[in-house]
Design a protein around this ligand. Structure first.
Ligand code: SAH
Ligand code: SF4
Ligand code: F3S
Length: 458
């Protein structure tokens, strides 16, 4: 998740995109991205769309002619951040009445025109399926709200991707979700599951590789449910991964986020026989209790999850598993929580996100009373301690091992490069000759909780 804390911090989504240098000739766009990687991808596409209208990105909201907040609705806190950030923009808009303020993403979809009623300084509200129309909305001027799920495919209307953009990229292959987990807003904010046609994804991937990309992470709210059409046949995610692996220069493939019920045999097999598919899998389970899994509408049991993990590990023994968990779901007892702790202990994760349940308006679970806040807090702390211990152990187990590292940026020390390992761990390598985009072999010499140190092997 990317949640840059301050409005004046560079938004993560600005990384890798053209920044303006010619101070006055162009208009400046500041984007802040909240929430998941799909939003990071959308921010890039919105920046490119506005680029075609003469906007370049700036890292500073104070400099901007337009501020765009690409929002997340997943938990109450995430949504409320929008309103506190809008509050902080008030003085800026007072000093600069021409400043355009746009709200995009999942809060825009969920609250629509309500956002302008609450915060009249907002000029534009645009949903995640309508943002190809953003340039036209800006051009039209005045207040605009568009939260349609348009019939036209937004990807058809976005500009071609061009220019160097760093060695890693996201590629959204699937949008929306039909699973309707009882706690989750995504099926409402992103709409029904839609898979992009395979031919267009292959084309976009080739374009990215031609721009210097060596690692692509395929994205979807339910990415392994991908069912695109291509050559008259249905393509699964496994098929797409196998075809992508044929692209010369594409060295690494990842995908996120997957649902346990959509891990088909071929996808599991691909983890064993596609060398470009990295040994890392984010497979959220949310709870270790059968009772709670049922109440969440997850449609599988803890035993089915264990058996699935066994099969994945049989295909790729060194795979690193990660997950998401929710504690304090309505009706969760001490025993249910003990089952979650037991599941975590049995699986052994490389890392995991855990959240306190947040009641979201319009979802079925929101009708039921939640667990007492102090109890949920204590459970969250205990779970996070266990997960952190596992994370430390996974990092420490890497010491002495030979890994690959894709350099993404220079490190803080002179002559140092920073990149990710096959297992998506951050790695520092002392390599004065190293350049961004190099994919090198290295041996891990030390581990801290959040990163590894390694020496380059020649
Ligand atoms: N599609 C993914 C998850 C997308 S949301 C999946 O099915 O796993 C990312 C994570 O946010 C979820 O995995 C869940 O752990 C958490 N989350 C979603 N809704 C939530 C809520 N109402 N309260 C707390 N956490 C929530
Ligand atoms: Fe939300 Fe469940 Fe869909 Fe994931 S699978 S996006 S948690 S409804
Ligand atoms: Fe948030 Fe929307 Fe992603 S609710 S997690 S930004 S799909």
């Amino acid at each position: 998740m990317s949640n840059p804390e301050s409005l004046t911090d560079p938004a993560e989504s600005n990384a890798g995109l053209a920044k303006g240098s010619d101070a006055d000739a162009v208009k400046k766009l500041f984007i802040k991205t909240y929430g998941c990687q799909m939003n990071v991808y959308d921010s890039e596409r919105m920046a490119e769309a506005m680029g075609a209208k003469g906007y370049v990105l700036t890292d500073k909201a104070d400099d901007a002619d337009m501020v765009l907040l690409n929002t997340c609705h997943i938990r109450e806190k995430a949504s409320e951040k929008l309103y506190s950030d809008l509050g902080r923009l008030k003085p800026l808009k007072r000093d600069k009445p021409d400043l355009k303020i746009g709200v995009a993403g999942c809060v825009a979809q969920a609250e629509g025109a309500e956002i302008r009623r609450r915060m009249p300084l907002v000029d534009i509200v645009v949903g995640p399926q309508a943002y190809h129309r953003l340039p036209a909305m800006v051009e039209a001027g005045g207040a605009q709200v568009d939260t349609d799920f348009p019939v036209e495919d937004k990807f058809e209307h976005l500009p071609q991707r061009k220019g160097y953009r760093g060695p890693t990229a996201f590629l959204t292959v699937q949008e929306g979700c039909d699973k309707f987990c009882a706690f989750c807003v995504v099926p409402y904010t992103r709409g029904a599951e839609v898979s992009r046609p395979a031919a267009r994804l292959m084309h976009e991937a080739r374009e990215l590789v031609a721009r210097g990309v060596r690692e692509i992470t395929l994205l979807g709210q339910n990415v392994n449910g991908y069912h695109g059409e291509g050559e008259g046949k249905d393509w699964t995610l496994a098929r797409l991964i196998r075809e992508l692996a044929e692209i010369d220069g594409l060295d690494r493939i990842r995908y996120t986020t997957s649902h346990p019920n959509d891990m088909d045999d071929d996808l599991i097999a691909a983890h064993g026989d596609v060398p470009q598919l990295m040994p890392y899998l984010h497979l959220p389970v949310q709870s270790g209790s059968d009772r709670i899994l049922k109440a969440m509408n997850r449609k599988h049991t803890r035993d089915q999850y264990f058996r699935l993990i066994d099969r994945i590990r049989a295909a790729r023994p060194d795979i690193l598993m990660t997950s998401d968990f929710i504690v304090g779901f309505p009706g969760e007892t001490d025993q249910d929580f003990a089952d979650t702790m037991d599941l975590v202990a049995r699986v052994g994760y490389g890392a995991a996100f855990s959240f306190k349940y947040s009641a979201r308006p319009g979802t079925p679970a929101a009708e039921k009373p939640g667990v007492e806040a102090a109890v949920a807090d204590a459970r969250l702390q205990a779970l996070q301690r266990l997960i952190l211990d596992q994370q430390h152990a996974a990092q420490a187990a890497m010491v002495g091992r030979e890994i690959s590292v894709l350099y993404e940026k220079p490190g803080r020390l002179p002559g140092q490069m920073v990149g990710k390992s096959d297992h998506l761990m951050a790695v520092h390598v002392s390599d004065p000759e190293g350049r961004i985009g190099d994919l090198v072999r290295a041996r891990v010499t030390a581990a801290s909780s959040n990163s590894l140190a390694a020496e380059r092997l020649f």
